[in-house]
Design a protein around this ligand. Structure first.
Ligand code: PEP
Length: 254
């Protein structure tokens, strides 16, 4: 790990209910009370954003409130969608864009993801841009071109100044929710290549400052080795973020 401040996000996906989301928030806040050296965010389902925010606020927590998705249009006839202004109104500070489940289950395209990234940043919010190859793509030797394409297109028309509010999450699709994590060496290799691409797209200084985090079956038992890699600046955590002790164990591994 470098001098970039580590970043750990907990993506609760379509899990929890009104009671358990509140319990989980309190558990995370209590477990991380003395942690100031890591940026931490939680991503509850939309219906629980306000309640989670009020717990974070009441407890004076530095844990950021995140949204799992956003729509890029400001308002109008987009049934079921949620705008950046609505998220800000609920106290959201950071938005996930391009999560693999949105790409591969809900069919989001690179262009739509870029529109969401730009809308998020133009609204003054932070963005975690998720990229990652499928198992077929990895086995066909396409890991690097896939990740490079997703980073390039996700960041199209994003300036170097805006990139200050972007974290890139490398999440190999075959590792998400499967219990199989990428090896530390393989993940480091992809992260280093993404950082090299950022040098080409922006410059070395911007690339060195940008946090690139790993996601895919992270747990306390494998976090230390992955997070010790020089280009891995934290993690995006799914399953293990639903248990406050596991999630805080990963934060502490940073
Ligand atoms: C994720 O949803 O971003 C994720 C990494 O999930 P899991 O940790 O469960 O693999």
């Amino acid at each position: 790990m470098s001098d970039r401040k580590p970043y750990v996000g907990g993506n609760w996906k379509m899990n929890t209910n009104r009671t358990t989301s509140a319990e989980l928030t309190r558990g995370v806040v209590d477990a991380l009370r003395s942690t100031t050296t890591v940026d931490v965010a939680v991503f509850p389902p939309f219906p629980y954003l306000l309640a989670v925010k009020s717990i974070l606020r009441d407890r004076g927590s530095a844990v950021k409130l995140g949204a799992q998705d956003v729509y890029h249009k400001p308002d109008g006839a987009f049934t079921g969608e949620v705008s950046t202004d609505m998220l800000k109104d609920c106290g959201v500070q950071v938005v996930l864009c391009g999560h693999s489940e949105r790409r591969h289950v809900l069919g989001e395209t690179d262009d739509l993801i870029n529109a969401k990234v730009r809308a998020t940043l133009e609204a003054g919010l932070e963005c975690i841009l998720c990229v990652g190859e499928t198992l077929d793509q990895r086995e066909a030797g396409h890991t690097d071109p896939v990740n490079q394409r997703q980073v390039r297109s996700g960041l199209a028309d994003v300036t170097g100044d805006m990139l200050e509010r972007v974290v890139i999450a490398y999440e190999p699709v075959w590792a998400i929710g499967t219990g199989k994590n990428a090896s530390a060496t393989d993940a480091q290799d992809v992260h280093a290549k993404i950082r090299r691409l950022l040098t080409q797209l922006y410059n070395a200084d911007v690339a060195q400052r940008t946090r690139i985090i790993y996601g895919g079956s992270l747990k306390p038992a494998n976090a230390k080795e992955l997070l010790a890699q020089p280009d891995i600046d934290g993690g995006l955590v799914g399953g293990a973020s639903l248990k406050a002790t596991d999630f805080s164990g990963i934060v502490q591994a940073c």
